[in-house]
Write a protein that binds this ligand. Structure first.
Ligand SMILES: CC(C)(COP(=O)(O)OP(=O)(O)OC[C@H]1O[C@@H](n2cnc3c(N)ncnc32)[C@H](O)[C@@H]1OP(=O)(O)O)[C@@H](O)C(=O)NCCC(=O)NCCS
Length: 216
């Protein structure tokens, strides 16, 4: 289990370093890796809703992709938490970036029954081989079985995948402001960054969506 966690954590860090390099610097990754791994481990041990799936390269045994899903068959009691593994300015910046994800999730889905795609991540060396789609299909089959919509926030890297498999954008979206996003990162393009919020609805049954949700 520990081995799986360490490998999974490396993929998580590797892909976050790639897709969200604008959000995090190398130093931040090194500092937070240990504490964040402990946080995730504790969540995995106590959560009654989360399902973690890994994709293995059979030729090497390496974990090359992972997905984390929360399945709320009973109404979600999710409330936003805080980033206890960081401190000071880094914590403030992380909360400015991640906080809106948590706030929207609570606002749109509290007391609702749904499936949340916490993350999908494929190691950079293995991308564009169908692994991300496979990981998403795992959650889509669960959503079909329990007849509930899937909700997630789309990274710039993932929106193409999500739309190619039938996810739809909400009218609501999150905008990461450039001053927070690019703080201390000279390689950034200095622009605001829109994060689309998306849903996948089994059988396209719109009545499965909460009233608070408006499709774009
Ligand atoms: C998003 C991610 C999981 C996609 O994984 P992947 O294994 O490369 O995706 P797939 O190979 O299954 O892609 C399936 C289809 O999705 C679409 N797609 C995938 N990545 C895309 C991209 N970067 N741009 C446009 N379309 C894309 C394509 O239609 C692709 O089919 P094709 O390769 O035949 O054209 C991967 O890029 C990743 O881990 N990114 C960093 C982490 C991240 O942003 N995760 C999501 C939010 S937590």
């Amino acid at each position: 289990m520990c081995y799986i966690l360490k490998r999974a954590s490396r993929i998580f860090v590797a892909v976050h370093g790639q897709a969200k390099r604008v959000l995090v610097g190398t130093r931040w990754l090194m500092v937070c890796r240990k504490a964040h791994t402990a946080h995730v481990l504790s969540y995995w041990h106590t959560s009654s809703t989360q399902y973690t799936v890994k994709c293995i390269d059979p030729s090497s045994g390496a974990i090359v992709g992972m997905g984390m899903w929360d399945v709320y068959i009973s109404p979600s009691d999710y409330t936003k938490s805080d980033i206890g593994w960081l401190e000071g300015a880094e914590r403030e910046r992380a909360e400015a970036l991640v906080g809106p994800f948590w706030a929207f999730r609570e606002k749109l889905w509290k007391n609702e029954r749904y499936v949340y795609c916490h993350l999908t991540a494929v190691h950079p060396d293995y991308q564009r081989k169908g692994i991300g789609k496979l990981l998403m299909e795992y959650g889509m089959r669960i959503a079909e079985q329990v007849d509930l919509p899937i909700y997630t926030e789309a990274s710039r890297a993932a929106i193409g995948l999500y739309e190619s498999i039938g996810f739809r954008r909400l009218k609501q979206s999150i905008v990461h402001k450039a001053d927070v996003l690019w703080a201390g990162n000279e390689k950034g393009d200095g622009k605001d960054y829109e994060v689309p919020l998306v849903v996948w609805i089994p059988g396209r049954k719109l009545e499965l969506l909460p009233k608070s949700i408006e499709l774009a």
